[in-house]
Design a protein around this ligand. Structure first.
Ligand code: NAD
Length: 291
């Protein structure tokens, strides 16, 4: 049993923290939202009244926060709060630069650290089947591995500081593009008089098969657990998808990589958010494509 502080108990962090409890760890949680704190307390996470209280006795600190600025700000606060040697793990999706800044803060505290963003959505977070992509030293990776394995099915060490985030933004660029592709296919099928189920039955066993179709189908019916069946409640909010696509575009422009479809997907999600849909699941973009 390890003593773990979990900071950020939202759509993803809540179920991830609950899985650490199920694995037998002592987990103290903190979130600015009282509702999130209460929901995870019901799952056995000990609620803390402040960041300081949450990390006071922790051997591991995990953050699962919206953006790079939140991670850097919380890790800056941690510098005055955690003991040397505490392993700091950030599972949020952030830009590579913020991830490296966070690693720098950890080094200054004499704490090992890893960036360990995830793939698998809220379904994977709840089922404990996430994929973790990890950046950091071999020693920090080895020390974090058993903790990550309690929340996921696959843990990949991608390289040094920030390499996990680099893998994550490349993966999510594929996801944003593929969700739009799958949604366009359903919209076309509707116009051609082909049922959702027929397209699903064919494409899910043909060369159009992908996660956006078989796990996260953007129309209700074929995959009962997908957000389309719950009026597109996230899940993974469109605003967060836009954030990831923007991170990929920033990285591509800095690295000189050509990503024309990634750029187009970012523009479509920007239009979707500007129309007031940023809080809906990202698969709800199919509604915009129908209009
Ligand atoms: P969320 O908005 O549901 O949760 C974030 C939580 O952080 C909120 O509860 C918020 O109150 C809390 N928070 C913000 N600042 C804080 C602070 N200073 N101290 C304590 N708590 C604070 O977001 P989410 O969907 O759980 O996503 C979290 C991260 O995971 C994001 O970086 C996102 O891109 C990434 N991610 C999300 C999904 C998904 O399907 N939702 C999938 C993979 C990765």
């Amino acid at each position: 049993m390890k003593r773990i502080a979990f900071i950020g108990l939202g759509n993803m962090g809540g179920p991830m923290a609950a899985n650490l409890v199920k694995a037998g760890h002592a987990v103290v949680g903190f979130d600015l939202s009282a509702a999130s704190l209460k929901a995870t307390a019901d799952a056995g996470v000990d609620p803390a009244a402040s960041l300081a209280e949450a990390v006071s006795d922790a051997e591991y600190v995990i953050t699962m926060l919206p953006k790079g600025q939140h991670v850097v700000s919380v890790w800056t606060e941690l510098t005055a709060l955690v003991a040397e040697g505490t392993l700091l793990i950030d599972c949020s999706t952030v830009d590579v630069d913020s991830a490296r800044q966070a690693h720098g803060l950890a080094r200054a505290m004499n704490c090992p650290s890893i960036d360990a963003p995830v793939s698998g959505g809220t379904t994977g977070a709840t089922a404990g089947t996430l994929t973790f992509m990890v950046g950091g030293s071999d020693e920090a990776f080895a020390s974090g591995l058993p903790i990550l394995e309690a929340m996921g099915r696959k843990v990949v060490h991608c390289g040094g500081d920030g390499a996990g985030q680099a893998a994550k933004i490349c993966n999510n660029m594929i996801l944003g593009i593929s969700m739009i592709g799958v949604s366009e296919a359903f919209v076309l099928a509707e116009k051609l008089g082909l049922s959702h189920q027929s397209l699903f039955d064919v494409a899910s066993t043909s060369s159009g098969q992908c996660w956006s179709l078989t796990t996260y189908c953007p129309v209700p019916g074929p995959v009962p657990s997908s957000p389309a069946n719950a009026d597109y409640r996230p899940g993974f909010a469109a605003a967060l998808m836009l954030k990831d696509l923007a991170l990929a575009q920033d990285a591509a422009s800095l690295a000189g990589a050509q990503t024309p479809l990634g750029a187009h997907a970012a523009n479509l999600y920007a239009a979707f958010e500007a129309a007031g849909h940023g809080g809906e699941d990202f698969s709800a973009i199919i509604r915009m494509l129908r209009t």
